[in-house]
Write a protein that binds this ligand. Sequence first.
Ligand SMILES: Cc1cc2nc3c(=O)[nH]c(=O)nc-3n(C[C@H](O)[C@H](O)[C@H](O)COP(=O)(O)OP(=O)(O)OC[C@H]3O[C@@H](n4cnc5c(N)ncnc54)[C@H](O)[C@@H]3O)c2cc1C
Ligand code: FES
Length: 275
Amino acid sequence: MTKDIYIGGILKNEEIQENCFLMKVKLASSFEDPLPGQFVMIRIAGLNDPFLSRPISIYSFSRGKNYCLIELLFRVVGKGTQILAGLIKGSQVEIHGPLGNGFEIQTVKKNIVFIAGGIGIAPLSLLIESLCRRAYCSPSVMTVYLGFQGASTVVGLDKLKKLCRDITVCTDDGIMGKKGLVTQIFQKDVRKFSPDNTSIYACGPKEMLKSLAKILNKSKFSCQVSLEERMACGTGACMGCAVAIKDKKGVFDYKRVCADGPVFNLQNIIWESRI
Ligand SMILES: Cc1cc2nc3c(=O)[nH]c(=O)nc-3n(C[C@H](O)[C@H](O)[C@H](O)COP(=O)(O)OP(=O)(O)OC[C@H]3O[C@@H](n4cnc5c(N)ncnc54)[C@H](O)[C@@H]3O)c2cc1C
Ligand code: FES
């Protein structure tokens, strides 16, 4: 579906953790309510270097009388995010979205498990917030696993603590929370959850998602993951973000992370033969 491009005004762009920024952007009220897991393509209005927009998940969304507000939580990793980090209140950005499919919210399950690696917390945070607004979904059914490289890279925890009770933080060095990779810590707990009654949602680096795929291999858990790929158009036109996915009949196919995803069923992702 074609989505409009909006010029947004930055209300706040704060370094909340080393190299990690929380940007609040005001947009026209015609910007659609995003589904959790959807993203925007963002670039600086009027700047052609870098030319391509960057995909960033919608971390929070709210509506005012004649406007809406989105928050983006992003880590500086290269030129595009470095330039975004330098923007100050009053700067303008070009925002295309909301894009992608978003997470499918399944019918009531006894347990909902969220597994985030690093900045992967951003789309899951909006999902948790949205689930908390549903009458059937109490904090007691939610279990959250958050993995970070170290204590200095932990972000988004305060917001989640207001929504969920059962949060396990893991860091590679163990200085904060449990020591180990988030998938290792989840693997120790996996028997606590019954596959028929549990939905799992995950977002994080490719290696984390591959480990999760191994842990859940041949199990009956339903697990949706949000994939990250480099993107050029962000709207399905260039095929630059194609990944190998099994279709409903188990046949190999290519899907575009921007238009068909970014959320896919973990069991359908073909890791080895991805482009
Ligand atoms: C659907 C989606 C949602 C995303 N949401 C967020 C978010 O909420 N917060 C956030 O911080 N980041 C998010 N990302 C990743 C973000 O888009 C990249 O970090 C950003 O585009 C990097 O741009 P750059 O110019 O700073 O870095 P580049 O100079 O383009 O790249 C720097 C390094 O990052 C790697 N890289 C670049 N783009 C990606 C990518 N899309 N996926 C994985 N590695 C990449 C490159 O290979 C390189 O090693 C998301 C990506 C996708 C596809
Ligand atoms: S980025 Fe162009 S098709 Fe996905």
